[in-house]
Design a protein around this ligand. Sequence first.
Ligand code: SAM
Ligand code: SF4
Length: 497
Amino acid sequence: MAKQPRSELRRDGDRTEQVSEKIRKRLFIKTYGCQMNVYDSARMTDVLAPLGYQVVDSPRGADMVILNTCHIREKAAEKVFSELGRLRAFKQERRDQGGDMLLAVAGCVAQAEGEEILRRAPQVDIVFGPQTYHRLPEMVARAARAADGRGVLDIDFPVDSKFDHLPEEAAAPGPAAFVSVQEGCDKFCSFCVVPYTRGAEYSRPAAAVIAEARRLVAAGVREITLLGQNVNAYHGEAPGGTPNGTGGGTWGLGRLIRALAEIDGLERLRYTTSHPRDMDDELIAAHGEEEKLMPYLHLPVQSGSDRILAAMNRRHTAADYLRIVERLRQARPDLALSSDFIVGFPGESDRDFADTLKLIQDVGFAQAYSFKYSPRPGTPAAVEDSQLAEPVKAERLAGLQQLLGAQALAFNAACVGRDLPVLLERPGRKAGQLVGRSPFMQSVHVGVPEVAMARLAGRILPVRIDSAHPNSLAGSLLVDDAPQAAAGGRTMARITA
Ligand code: SAM
Ligand code: SF4
């Protein structure tokens, strides 16, 4: 596969031509899976910006397409290969027009499949894992030079963290942003690919996280969600400490949250995804004491059966989970809880499943994610003999989702008539509508006067909740503290569109 020469690599030294060509590079990134991938895609954009790449919203006609993949679900690799088939036609179209399209596969499927992607999909130019995307400029240059048509493969777990090499984020994405604080996992749950695709646990130094948060707040961000595969396993070097954690020592997530809460202008903090074993005293206390830490927690439990939890290698029992929930609710009585559940794990009996339903009833979740167990190649549970039949898994999932759905609706319904502070994030699908988040992470649709949309977006304002739906709320704005723009010069008790 001969590569077309790329303008930034031309040796004609014509600076003007290079600059104008730079502006014209279109980058399309398709992101699959979790918020970590959303964050990684944004950072890939930052890494490629100095090369002139700008994000576009279609792969057609793009100069570079990256598929940032997820390996958690079944048939993840097959879905990527079929997407690559579609992209091959766009790549050919670009070549027919005298250009080219660099095709890259990133993320956890890239890490897991590696060389196999280049073998099965020779139209792919670059395959790179979640820990190496800071080297993208070098990979792009190598792909452009590769006269033999061989794709570039970079799926190392480098000794140096990518965070030491990433540029500062180019632009704040809006009023709510993610900051990655921790990556990888050492827990090896028997169903999960993450420890194999994302590598060992790593925590960013606290000072780097605080600096990134400050930059985001200066750019207008009001809410930050701290991200990690196991975010509450965070143990980053304390400011003033040394890389091996001596001197200043290390900070846990609770301590980091307290430091971040001191940033003026930052109104809200959240974190995801946490593991029950890492809910330490300091973090639980932060839920009670730190006002900026929102009263919502995603705390996956996976199962309510101790037998299954042991087989999953979760290293906690259902009672441990209930105790943690009780302590959290003592600290923050209005805490809304969310979780992940897997049904149909190998060997799961009716009794085990009933234990899961019981745990759900005991806790009462505001929302949750639930999945049929899917064997992931290379994980211990995938080779268990006691795999369950698909219809059994499907029936259990339906029963579980019915219960969780009813709890979510009841939680939302209990908000009707309440006045909740909502961070108004973006326009909704309907005209004259903004969508935001309540403190409890519910999506809230708010009708506002069209002329006031731009002025109100990005602010946290009180909203009277008028109606509840399974996955969202609707309400009306209570106070417009700059009335001259939209409300005919009056401060309105309740503003409707
Ligand atoms: N680190 C988090 C934890 O320990 O709970 C979860 C991270 S994982 C990326 C997100 C969720 O995907 C898991 O909580 C689990 O419910 C689900 N998941 C992971 N592997 C799965 C599998 N093989 N089958 C079904 N669901 C799976
Ligand atoms: Fe996967 Fe979470 Fe278990 Fe780690 S703790 S192996 S990321 S499910």
